[in-house]
Design a protein. Structure first.
Lengths: 281, 458
C-alpha cells in the first residue's frame, strides 16, 4: 500500500509540475488560452495527491503528517485544495500560476531535506493530530492568500509602471484583494484553532516555559500579523499595497517558524523522536 | 455563374460619396435588392452597407458588371461623380474581398469585429428579400466562417483601439468587472464624456459630473443619468469615486497632489484610477507617485492604442492565411457545383446521339423481333455507358482543382454542351427566350429565373 501511495504521489508531483507549466504559459502567452487545461491538470494532480495521502494513512495507520516531508506534502495538498475551492470553474488562472508552482516547489525542496520521523506521540495523541492538521490546513490557506497578495503586488507594479505588454492575463487588483482577504480569514481561523489545540496539549503535557518555544513564538507573531491585517482590512476598511505587505510578512513569519525550527533543529516542534514529548529547552 | 462585387469603401471614397450611396435601413436594402435582381443578367444579389462601405455582391449570368454599375449610377444620381470611387472584382477575387471584409482586414480599424455582424445581417436581408440563392448564400456562409475563424484563432481583434476603450481596459485590470462602480467626470470634454458613456455601458452605475460651472455640469449629468457638483465638491466626489475621468479645458492643473493625498486618506487607500485626457493636463503628474493611485494621461492611453494597433498588424498575416484557406474551400465548392450539370448534359447529349442514330436505321431494322430490338437498345446503351464511364470518373475526381475546371470547359466545348442548356433548363419557363440567352453562358445549373425577375439562380 505504501508502494501504491508513493506511486500516486509521484504522479501527483508530476502533474503539479505540468500544471505549473500550463499556468505559467497561460499567464505569459498572448494567444491560446491554456487556463482550462491547466485547471484540469490541477484537479487531476490534487485527486492523485488525495489518493496518495489516503493510502499513506491507511498503510501506516496514522495521520499522513508524521514526518517533515509528509507534513510539507500535506500542506501542499491543502494549498491546492484551497485554490480549487476558490477557483471552482477554472476562472482565476492567474492565482493558479502562483499556487501550483508553490505547491510543486515546496514538495521539491522538502524532498531534498533529510526526513526524520516525528515523536511517536504524534501517532497516538488525538489532540496533537488535530493541532497539526489545523495548523497545516491553515498554512495552506495562508499560502494561497500570500499568492493572491503577490499577484496583487505584481499587478500593482505593472499598472503603476505602465508596462502593460506583459502579463495581460493577471488577476485584477480588486479580485486579488477579495480573494486574499477571504483566504486570510479562513487561514487565520484555522491557525487560531491550531494554536488553541496546541496550547491545550502543551498545558497538559509540557512543563517549563513552553511559551518560549521558537515555533510557539513565531506562530503567535504570525497570528498577530494576520490579526492586524484582518482588523485593518475588515474593520477599518483599509486597502491597497500596504495591507498586501502584511499578508506577505505574515506568511513569511509562519513559514520561518515551520521551516526554520526544523532546519535549525531547535525547540519541540522539530520532526525527531522525542521532540514533542521531551522537556527540552 | 459569375460572382461579382461592385462597391466603394472608406479608402476609395470620401464620406459625402458614401452617404449618397448608403442603404441605411433594411427596407431600403430590400427594395434595392429587388430592383437590382430585376435587371437582366442579375441572378442573385446581396448588399453590404455600413458607414465605411457600400458593396453590391451579385451572381451574374455573364462576366459583365454593367448592370450593377447602371443600378449604382441610378441610385447615386449621376455617373461621373461615382465611377472614380467604384471598384469592381469578379469571380474568386470578389469572394476573397468579402472574406477579407468579414475578417476585418479591409476595415478602417484593422481587425474590428462589428463588420462580421454586418456581413451576417447583409446575408439575412438578402435571404429575406429572396435574392440570395445557392451561390450568394454559399459565398456569405464561407465569408462568415472566415471571419469567425480569424476572430477565434488570431489576436487581430484584441486590445483597445481608441483612447476611451483603452481607459475601460485599464479600469478592468484594476477593478475586474465594472458593474456597481462609480465614475467621476471632471470637466465636460468630449472624449471624457465618451469614456464615461463607455464605462456606463460596461456597468458603471453611479456617475458624478464635476464642472466649474454647475449649470453645464447639470446638463451633462442629465444626459448621462448622474448627479452634478461644482469644483468645491470635487474632493468629496473623488473620495467616493472609483474612476475619475478628467477633461477640462483649464490651462493649469485642476487636481493637485495634496488634494489627492487627502482624498486617499479618506478612502483608506482604496485604489483610485485617474484618467487625465486633457491637454494641457488637468492632474499634477506627481499625483501618479502616490500609493494606490493609478494615473494615466493621454499619452499613456495613446501608447496603449498604438501597441494594440501594431499587435493587430502582426496578426494580419495569420488572418490573411486563414482567409485564403476559406477561399480555397469556397472555390472547391464552386467547382464541385459546376460538375453536376455538365455531367448530366453530357449524358443527355450522348443519349440524344444514340437515339438519333437508332432512328436512322429504324427502317432497316424493321425485321427484328421486339426481343432483338430490346437487345440492340441495351447494347447501344451499354456502349455509351462504357464510353462515358472513365471520363465521368475523371471529371468527378478532379472536380475541385484547376485542371478539373479546364477539363470541364473542354468537355463543354467538345460536346457543344453550352447550347443545350437552353432546352434543358429553360424548357419549363413560360417565355424563356430572353432569359434563356442569359442562362446559356453559365456553366452552372442555373434554371431560368421566373418572370418576376427576382428569383435567385437555384
Amino acid at each position: 500500500m505504501i508502494g501504491a501511495a508513493d506511486c500516486l504521489f509521484g504522479i501527483a508531483y508530476t502533474i503539479y509540475f505540468l500544471a505549473s507549466i500550463a499556468y505559467g504559459a497561460n499567464l505569459f502567452a498572448k494567444g491560446t488560452d491554456w487556463s482550462l487545461a491547466a485547471w484540469a491538470l490541477a484537479v487531476a494532480g490534487w485527486l492523485a495527491h488525495t489518493g496518495a495521502l489516503a493510502l499513506l494513512g491507511l498503510g501506516k495507520h496514522h495521520a499522513p503528517f508524521t514526518t517533515f516531508f509528509e507534513s510539507v506534502s500535506f500542506m501542499s495538498w491543502s494549498v491546492v485544495l484551497a485554490y480549487l475551492l476558490v477557483d471552482r470553474r477554472g476562472k482565476a488562472p492567474a492565482l493558479g500560476a502562483f499556487a501550483l508552482p508553490l505547491a510543486f516547489l515546496t514538495i521539491f525542496v522538502a524532498s531534498t531535506q533529510p526526513s526524520y520521523g516525528a515523536d511517536p506521540l504524534v501517532t497516538r495523541d488525538h489532540s496533537l493530530k488535530i493541532h497539526i492538521a489545523m495548523s497545516l490546513l491553515g498554512y495552506g490557506s495562508l499560502a494561497l492568500a500570500f499568492c493572491a497578495a503577490v499577484a496583487y503586488l505584481v499587478q500593482e507594479r505593472r499598472l503603476k509602471r505602465k508596462r502593460l505588454g506583459l502579463l495581460s492575463r493577471l488577476i485584477s487588483l480588486d479580485e486579488a484583494d477579495n480573494l486574499a482577504n477571504s483566504l486570510a480569514a479562513v487561514g487565520f481561523a484555522l491557525l487560531t484553532l491550531g494554536l488553541i489545540t496546541g496550547f491545550i496539549f502543551a498545558y497538559r503535557d509540557w512543563r517549563g516555559l513552553w511559551a518560549l518555544d521558537p515555533k510557539v513564538v513565531t506562530s503567535l507573531a504570525g497570528w498577530a500579523v494576520y490579526a492586524a491585517y484582518l482588523y485593518a482590512h475588515n474593520v477599518k476598511g483599509w486597502r491597497g499595497r500596504k495591507t498586501m505587505f502584511l499578508l506577505v510578512v505574515g506568511f513569511c513569519v509562519v513559514v520561518a517558524g515551520f521551516v526554520g525550527v526544523n532546519v535549525a533543529g531547535v525547540g519541540r516542534h522539530v520532526y525527531r523522536p522525542g521532540a514533542f514529548g521531551g522537556d527540552g529547552l | 455563374m459569375f460572382v461579382a462585387v461592385v462597391g466603394l469603401n472608406h479608402k476609395t471614397s470620401p464620406l459625402h460619396v458614401r452617404e449618397r450611396l448608403a442603404f441605411p435601413t433594411p427596407a431600403r436594402v430590400a427594395a434595392a435588392l429587388t430592383a437590382v435582381c430585376g435587371r437582366p443578367g442579375v441572378l442573385e444579389a446581396a448588399i453590404l452597407s455600413t458607414c465605411n462601405r457600400t458593396e453590391l455582391y451579385a451572381c451574374l449570368a455573364d462576366e459583365s458588371c454593367a448592370e450593377l454599375d447602371a443600378f449604382l449610377h441610378h441610385t447615386y444620381g449621376n455617373r461621373e461623380g461615382l465611377d472614380a470611387h467604384l471598384y469592381h472584382k469578379m469571380g474568386d477575387e470578389a469572394a476573397h474581398h468579402l472574406m477579407r471584409v468579414a475578417a476585418g482586414l479591409d476595415s478602417m480599424i484593422l481587425g474590428e469585429g462589428q463588420v462580421l455582424g454586418q456581413v451576417r445581417a447583409a446575408m439575412q436581408m438578402a435571404e429575406e428579400a429572396g435574392t440570395a440563392g445557392r451561390v450568394i448564400s454559399a459565398l456569405f456562409r464561407h465569408a462568415l466562417a472566415a471571419g469567425k475563424r480569424v476572430r477565434a484563432e488570431t489576436q487581430i481583434g484584441r486590445g483597445a483601439v481608441s483612447v476611451s476603450a483603452a481607459a475601460v481596459e485599464l479600469a478592468r485590470e484594476i477593478f475586474g468587472h465594472l458593474s456597481g462602480r462609480s465614475a467621476l467626470i471632471v470637466g465636460a470634454g468630449e472624449t471624457g464624456e465618451l469614456t464615461v458613456r463607455l464605462l456606463a455601458e460596461q456597468g458603471v452605475s453611479s456617475i458624478i459630473v464635476a464642472n466649474r460651472t454647475l449649470c453645464r455640469a447639470h446638463a451633462l449629468a442629465n444626459s448621462l443619468g448622474g448627479s452634478a457638483v461644482n469644483f468645491d465638491g470635487l474632493e468629496d466626489a473623488m473620495a467616493s469615486a472609483d474612476i475619475v475621468v478628467s477633461s477640462t479645458a483649464a490651462t493649469h492643473a485642476v487636481i493637485h497632489k495634496d488634494q489627492v493625498q487627502r482624498v486617499m486618506r479618506r478612502r483608506h487607500q482604496r485604489p483610485i484610477f485617474i484618467i487625465d485626457i486633457a491637454v494641457p493636463r488637468d492632474v499634477e503628474p506627481d499625483v501618479g507617485r502616490l500609493e494606490n493611485v493609478f494615473l494615466y494621461d493621454i499619452d499613456d492611453l495613446q501608447a496603449m492604442v498604438q501597441r494594440s494597433l501594431s499587435g493587430r498588424e502582426k496578426e494580419a498575416a495569420r488572418a490573411e492565411a486563414i482567409v485564403r484557406e476559406e477561399l480555397e474551400e469556397f472555390v472547391a465548392w464552386r467547382r464541385g457545383m459546376a460538375v453536376g450539370p455538365v455531367l448530366s448534359n453530357l449524358q443527355r447529349r450522348l443519349e440524344e446521339i444514340r437515339q438519333a442514330e437508332l432512328a436512322k436505321v429504324e427502317r432497316r431494322l424493321a425485321h427484328l423481333s421486339p426481343k432483338d430490338r430490346e437487345l440492340l437498345d441495351l447494347l447501344t446503351k451499354g456502349i455509351v455507358k462504357r464510353i462515358l464511364k472513365e471520363p465521368i470518373r475523371q471529371l468527378k475526381a478532379r472536380a475541385d482543382d484547376e485542371e478539373g475546371e479546364q477539363y470541364l470547359r473542354a468537355v463543354r466545348h467538345l460536346f457543344a454542351l453550352d447550347g443545350m442548356r437552353e432546352e434543358l433548363q429553360c424548357e419549363n419557363g413560360p417565355d424563356s427566350e430572353p432569359d434563356a440567352m442569359e442562362c446559356t453562358e453559365s456553366p452552372l445549373p442555373i434554371s431560368c429565373p421566373p418572370r418576376n425577375g427576382r428569383e435567385a439562380c437555384t
